[in-house]
Design a protein around this ligand. Structure first.
Ligand SMILES: [Zn+2]
Length: 119
């Protein structure tokens, strides 16, 4: 579903930034041997800011275009930290409205028409 709504790239940006941020933090001691102290401090702070920024951005921007459900938030809260990524990549339809490509699901459309007609 993320692919159909052109949002898969956001997930990749998230992964790359997290990897960069984590990498800088993890390899700090190694970086001290090859880089200036100030450069490393900038890198570590930059990496942390990047991680926080990208996290907030991913959190808010990966949504279902049809019902505005925050899919990234949903995946972390409801699916779990171990499986959210695969769940999100393989997501076929929105867990809230059943939309596959950001447009109302066919079933919902029919229901909406029915309610309209009843009114
Ligand atoms: Zn939805």
């Amino acid at each position: 579903m993320l692919k159909a709504t052109n949002q898969l790239w956001k997930l990749y940006v998230f992964v790359v930034s997290m990897a960069f941020g984590a990498g800088v933090t993890l390899f700090q001691s190694f970086l001290y041997r090859v880089l200036e102290k100030e450069t490393i401090t900038t890198l570590v702070i930059g990496g942390m800011m990047l991680m926080i920024g990208v996290f907030v951005w991913t959190y808010a921007s990966i949504t279902c275009p049809n019902c505005n459900l925050k899919l990234f938030r949903y995946s972390i809260l409801k699916v779990g930290l171990g499986t959210w990524f695969t769940w999100l990549v393989n997501l076929e339809k929105c867990p809230e409205c059943g939309s596959r490509d950001g447009l109302p699901a066919p079933v919902n459309k029919r229901e909406r028409l029915k309610t309209k007609r009843l009114k």
